[in-house]
Design a protein around this ligand. Structure first.
Ligand SMILES: Nc1ncnc2c1ncn2[C@@H]1O[C@H](COP(=O)(O)OP(=O)(O)OP(=O)(O)O)[C@@H](O)[C@H]1O
Length: 941
């Protein structure tokens, strides 16, 4: 959720530095990076390099050049968001290389994102570019080098919505979607997510339509909707890259003719007024829910921070309001409508084949008789007339990190008189009785719980179809379609078989409570979580029985068009919810003629998707007015000692690499080489990070790492070896079913992504999430590869610290590195000074001005007619509010060191990291937002 006027300061490699290095990548004087670029790509076009370390190869490479040590600080002053809660502006500080920080986290259409990913995916392509070419293609115009700049390290970008997304507010960035994105970024972006993206580019050799060719101007009237203005955010013709399919697709997405009708929203249902674009969204959603014959729902794909949550809450409230109105006006009619609402057409067979009908009926009656008075109106209509199955209200599924945020929004944005009853279905003590759900208007739960409790739809056997689509460029379309036809019949058979499977799996006795009811509405927040339709989470979500279905996502397409299939499947958007139809109707059309294909896709999407960005105009006015955002990057110099340390580390790394090369063991040692690169980056943050820990144990040193090292030390060597073998043999995480990111193995020999299992270490439910395993988990019995290896090799910790530095002061906890010192200086200058002056102002009676106000004004349009326009004006008096700061790093060990300095300078802060329980996170987020005591609260991500 948002805050105002964040100032974002991140230290990282600057793009300028990265680009300057391009020539050097190909130079023989850079053997290590050259290898990293070449060998970092596997046979599928994935960059192994990026799967393993959290930074683009170019970033790593620049670290090896002593003249180009990445020790920069970037300062961004982004815009503020509409947030009635906002009491402060925010400073965001990134402490380590974080290309995401420059690129956003995967929004299509962000030029940096796209092009830097091309560079990752096609290391060789990138190598072929001269540094100037690369620079031109990579940097937004405002950042391109055209002669000496008077402000070489000050970047100002008022366009990038991704950056805004990253910094659009305290709670949003820290506890909300952005926090999860941040987590997802570390994991997804650099391992599986990034790989998929690279795969997409690997298949991409298409030429852009003429209108979108690089260097040619785009006729906006051709790509914009009939209203002539919409959806050009981040799409600048200068920025299009040849061969960039995603850009074409972005343009197509933004060409959707968006609705403009605003819903009339009764007073008293929300405690804040809806913004205009939210009223439009509400009207559109009501239409989708009430007027469409099938697929009652859709994808609300507004940009991050535009208020999708509040729009959905408005929808829930509105529907409840309409229903109670209709009931009071015509009770008979209401009954008929209610009966229809119970008709869950995608699972009609459910109870026909269901031996549990009686049981469900019993449960239903129990639910009704137990507490009929407390049953909310909204779900009553669906439930009361159900003769066949238990019904419940709205189910919201979201990542655990934003579960409380949803609860807070439902609490804060709904006035007492119209309160919705909300159940947070999470934690070990959650109810097992499905009839409980019927008592609530809204049930909030997480994707992990859905995955665990809901039987999965069968996987679509699509590999060969995919291959054919991928091969299409080399084949005549006829050949490829014929081939596909054969496959289609095969898959069709499978799907039919699958339908039976669904029915039988739905009555799976092991299914949890969530699988039982027919939900009135299911909302998937951060719906990109299900983008891979093969994953368990996606298949479980698709099995949920619901009348109305919604996907919320600010980044509806992250990797490829295939992402859409998963949404269509969930939404039951026929015929594209059937994979063969999706492949033939959408992918096949694009393969045949991409211009027509994308137009067709636009039309298909238009039906079910509403997307606006922060630059979207309504009647010529931006839907949201934000103050400018500034990005400032400053360079931090090492002290002499730090520089010596880094130079020595680099020299050691080089000679180690040469030794591998001489022995012909580069390939076998690629992980170690990546580790060396990682350590160079860490050395830029604080030399202590390099000492004594391997990469992943550093990241978890304050939680899983240290306690598990202690435990691992006490285990017999054979057991350790067995655990390492388990870890290395397992290619997928048992929770997300993707290749594990930050893999860890439990004592019961189950392998997970660290992030996936961490919920089971700190949450209420601490049983092993592997199916059928009931082991109790704890941080002490979850091991990383490096922990196990350290213990197997009798304490060797992989430290690359040269003996001459063993006792150096820079390797002490108390030592404040140059980067940390700079952070403290920035905090003091941007926050402390300003806030103390504010304090004195308020002492003499200055009042805080309101954040935003609806203003009506008259202006003359082109035809000379006076029109009345409304706009929301956000106060520019941000200077009047205290500034808060967010400091983030990808290494928790670094956060420890920053904390140390914050304490030394008596700076009040709260910490937030992925290892904390939801309750602890929630508490800290609340403190950060509300604590009047703190001049600054820094949350360390
Ligand atoms: N009409 C409104 N009045 C007051 N505050 C609002 C309004 N609309 C949105 N906000 C606030 O703006 C912030 C961002 O909204 P929200 O988190 O719902 O955006 P979102 O589109 O869901 O973002 P994301 O994609 O990151 O989840 C929240 O703090 C929300 O409370």
């Amino acid at each position: 959720m948002a805050a105002t006027n964040p100032i974002d300061i991140s230290s990282s490699d600057s793009e300028l530095e990265i680009e300057d290095d391009e020539d050097k990548i190909t130079s023989s004087s850079r053997p290590l990076p050259e290898w990293a670029v070449k060998h970092g790509t596997n046979s599928r076009g994935h960059a192994r390099l990026s799967q393993t370390i959290p930074s683009p190869s170019q970033t790593q490479i620049s670290n090896l050049n002593p003249s180009n040590i990445n020790n920069h600080v970037q300062i961004k002053i982004p815009r503020h968001e509409p947030n009635d809660n906002v009491k402060a502006s925010t400073v965001v500080i990134a402490l380590d290389d974080d290309p995401e920080y420059f690129t956003g986290n995967g929004n299509i259409g962000q030029p940096w994102t796209v092009i830097s990913r091309i560079a990752n995916g096609f290391g060789t392509d990138f190598e072929k570019l001269t540094s100037q070419q690369a620079l031109k293609r990579t940097l937004p115009p405002s950042l391109q080098l055209s002669g000496p700049s008077s402000k070489p390290y000050i970047l100002i970008d008022n366009v990038s919505s991704n950056l805004i997304r990253d910094s659009h507010g305290s709670s949003n960035l820290l506890a909300g979607p952005s926090f999860s994105n941040c987590q997802g970024y570390i994991g997804d972006h650099y391992s599986r997510g990034n790989s998929d993206e690279i795969m997409m580019y690997g298949n991409t050799s298409r030429i852009l339509p003429p209108t979108l060719m690089h260097g040619k101007s785009v006729n906006h009237t051709q790509i914009a909707g009939p209203d002539g203005h919409a959806y050009r955010a981040g799409v600048s013709e200068e920025r299009f890259s040849v061969n960039d399919e995603r850009m074409v697709y972005q343009a197509a997405l933004e060409d959707l003719n968006q609705p403009k009708v605003e819903a009339t929203f009764p007073d008293g249902l929300l405690s804040v007024p809806l913004l205009r674009h939210q009223k439009i969204a509400l009207d559109w959603m009501l239409q989708r829910e009430t007027k469409s014959v099938y697929c009652m729902g859709g994808i609300l794909a507004d940009d991050q921070g535009l208020g999708k949550t509040i729009s959905m809450i408005a929808l829930i409230q509105m529907q409840k309001y309409l229903e109670s109105k209709s009931k009071s006006e015509d009770p008979e009619k209401h009954k008929t409508v209610a009966l229809n609402l119970d008709d869950d057409n995608d699972n009609d067979n459910y109870n026909d084949n269901n031996n549990d009908t009686d049981e469900l009926e019993e449960v239903k009656q129990k639910g009704e008789s137990d507490d009929s008075k407390s049953v909310p109106e909204v779900s009553t209509s669906a439930r009361a007339v159900s003769k066949r199955r238990l019904s419940a209200g709205t189910l919201v599924v979201c990542p655990a990190s934003i579960l409380r945020q949803w609860a807070r929004e439902l609490e804060d944005k709904v006035p007492e008189e119209s309160k919705l009853s909300v159940l947070i279905y999470h934690g070990g003590s959650r109810t097992k009785d499905p009839s409980e759900f019927a008592k609530y208007d809204v049930v909030l739960t997480t994707y992990s719980i859905i995955t665990n409790e809901v039987p999965k739809q069968p996987i679509v056997d699509d590999d060969e179809i995919d291959e054919k689509i991928g091969e299409r460029y080399g084949l005549s379309s006829e050949f490829s379609i014929n081939k596909k036809r054969k496959r289609a019949s095969h898959v069709g058979m499978k799907m039919k078989k699958g339908k039976k499977d669904i029915d039988s799996s739905t009555i799976d006795p092991s299914a949890g409570a969530l699988a039982k009811p027919a939900w009135f509405r299911v909302i998937l927040d951060e719906a990109q979580t299900i983008k891979n339709h093969r994953t368990q989470v996606a298949r479980a979500c698709c099995s949920l029985r619901a009348k109305r279905r919604w996907c919320l996502s600010g980044t509806p397409i992250q990797n490829a068009i295939d992402d859409l299939y998963s949404y269509f499947r969930f939404l039951k958007y026929e015929p594209y919810s059937v994979y063969t139809a999706f492949c033939h109707g959408i992918k096949g059309s694009i393969a045949k003629d991409y211009v027509k294909g994308y137009k067709k896709l636009q039309a298909i999407l238009k039906v079910v998707m509403l997307r606006r960005t922060k630059a979207t105009l309504i009647d010529g006015e931006p839907i949201i007015k934000l103050p400018p955002k500034s990005v400032l990057m400053s360079k931090v110099d090492f002290t002499a000692e730090e520089r010596d340390f880094y130079t020595q580390l680099e020299a050691d790394s080089r000679s180690q690499f040469k030794a591998y090369a001489a022995a012909g063991t580069v390939n076998q040692n690629y992980a170690n080489i990546l580790l060396m690169l990682l350590r160079l980056r860490q050395a830029c943050d604080h030399p202590l990070l390099v000492k004594g820990f391997d990469s992943d144990s550093i990241r978890k040193s304050d939680s899983v790492g240290q306690v598990s090292v202690e435990m691992a030390k006490s285990l017999p060597r054979e057991m350790l070896i067995n655990l390492v073998n388990c870890l290395e043999a397992s290619a997928i995480c048992l929770v997300c079913k993707d290749p594990p990111d930050d893999p860890v193995v439990t004592m019961c020999c189950h392998v997970f992504c660290y992030q996936c299992v961490s919920e089971h270490l700190t949450g209420d439910d601490n049983t092993c999430p592997a199916r059928g395993c009931k082991e109790q988990l704890g941080a002490d019995i979850v091991f990383s590869r490096s922990t196990l290896r350290i213990c197997i090799t009798d304490g060797y910790n992989g430290s690359l610290v040269h003996p001459q530095f063993e006792n150096s002061v820079i390797l002490q906890d108390e030592y404040s590195s140059s980067k940390i010192k700079t952070v403290i200086e920035i905090l003091k200058s941007k926050c402390l000074l300003k806030n103390s002056s504010l304090e004195s102002q308020s002492a003499i009676g200055c009042s805080e001005t309101s954040l935003s106000s609806e203003q009506t004004y008259k202006e003359t349009d082109h035809s000379g007619i006076r029109v009345v326009k409304r706009t929301t004006v956000y106060s520019n008096s941000l200077a009047d509010r205290p500034t808060k700061a967010i400091v983030f790093s990808q290494w928790t060990r670094m956060l420890d060191l920053v904390e140390h300095s914050l304490r030394n300078h008596s700076i009040n802060y709260r910490r937030l990291d992925g290892t904390m329980s939801l309750a602890a996170r929630d508490r800290n987020v609340k403190d950060f937002n509300n604590d009047p005591e703190s001049l600054i609260s820094c949350r360390l991500l």
